[in-house]
Design a protein around this ligand. Structure first.
Ligand code: COI
Length: 367
């Protein structure tokens, strides 16, 4: 058992059989199967974080007037645990997720979970559900920490005075069922994801709830994903769906990669941040910048922009193959995954699966 865990453990008396688990791990998909246990930790003003426990995975019971159900006071994180070649299990920069979780909590006026408790919950759940970490280096165990407001009542004059932190885990294959096939994106001028002063840089449920209608609109236009533009001028590129974006200018060793700067309306992605460092090490120039939809269109037409890709924990790197909008569409390069995107993807996956060196100490051993 994980050393010095603060969590009490109640084992699942009827975990899935070895055969059932093996069957699921053959083709886990994304976010559809869950392990045998989950973590819960409660917070009240009197006791702070208390009653941390690992219990059998299953439904939770909530009063219908629980505040999270009415006012959306919910935040979450997403990270992965990877089987390493030496038999250990590690996750990628979980401290960065813990810090972002605390910042999201601040923005949503929720209780902050200390980093050590966040990491303890990951270690303890991965330990008890270790058999669910796929051996296949192209797969991982996706970890989903989240927190809900659990005060019962409909008043909105203040946030909840009670919270519950939960952690669930789900074996993960490829996020997009098509693998690394390039996506076609819709530039949305109909909807905005986040406005200045809003919750765009927090990982909160409401940001995702508000995105589905725009995603449906993009799908209706024959696209795979929506691209979010700024809320004020509707011309500065921000994100794609739930992922950050990168633009590749030029090619070969002189290439430059640019990602929209964090203005307060973008989610500060851990993969986004890591790619800045990795790209620099591979000899590219990596910068934050401001990219307009006109620059995107004209840059692709002139050949200045050679590749565009989205990045995030779940899908790692997804090439953007073509763009459509109310003003028409265009294809990026030849529409296929570009060499810089794929090199960065392989390098990052190599570090995460333990087959490439990790000079920054990003891999955090859980077990
Ligand atoms: C990610 O790219 O990791 C995301 O945040 C998507 C997730 C909400 C499934």
């Amino acid at each position: 058992m994980a050393a010095s865990s603060a969590l009490r453990i109640e084992r699942n008396p009827s975990p899935r059989s070895d055969e059932e688990r093996a069957r699921i791990l053959t083709a886990p998909g994304f976010g559809t199967h869950f392990t045998d246990h989950m973590v819960l930790i409660d917070w009240t003003p009197e006791d702070g974080w208390h009653d941390g426990r690992v219990v059998p995975y299953g439904p939770i019971s909530l009063d219908p007037a629980t505040m999270a159900l009415h006012y959306g006071q919910e935040i979450f994180e997403g990270l992965k645990a990877y089987q390493q070649p030496d038999g250990s299990i590690a996750s990628f920069r979980p401290d960065a997720n813990a810090r972002r979780f605390a910042r999201s909590a601040q923005r949503l006026a929720m209780a902050e979970l200390p980093t050590e408790l966040f990491l303890d919950s990951l270690r303890t759940l991965v330990d008890i559900d270790r058999a669910w970490v796929p051996d296949d280096p192209s797969m991982s165990l996706y970890l989903r920490p989240f927190m809900i407001a659990t005060e019962v009542g409909l008043g909105v004059n203040k946030g909840s005075s009670r919270y519950t932190y939960l952690l669930i885990a789900s074996p993960a294959g490829s996020y997009f069922s098509s693998g690394v096939k390039p996506v076609k994106v819709w530039l949305s001028t109909e909807y905005t994801r986040a406005a200045p002063g809003g919750t765009g840089e927090a990982k909160c449920a409401g940001n995702y709830a508000a995105s589905f209608v725009a995603q449906a609109h993009a799908t209706a236009q024959g696209c795979d994903q929506v691209v979010w533009l700024d809320a004020v001028e509707h011309r500065w590129v921000e994100e794609m769906g739930g992922m950050n974006l990168y633009f590749v200018y030029g090619s070969g060793p002189g290439a430059r990669i640019v990602t929209p700067a964090l203005t307060g309306t973008l989610l500060p992605g851990v993969t986004r941040d890591s790619l800045m460092t990795l790209a620099t090490e591979l000899g590219y120039v990596a910068e934050e910048g401001k990219i307009s939809t006109d620059e995107w269109r004209e840059g692709v037409a002139s050949g200045a922009i050679t590749e565009v890709f989205a990045c995030g924990t779940a899908a790692v790197i997804t090439p953007v193959g073509s763009v459509d909008s109310a003003e028409g569409g265009f294809t990026i390069g030849d529409g296929n995954p570009g060499p810089v995107s794929m090199q960065l993807r392989e390098h990052l996956l190599g570090i995460q699966s333990g087959t490439e060196a990790d000079p920054h100490g990003w891999m955090h051993r859980l077990l």
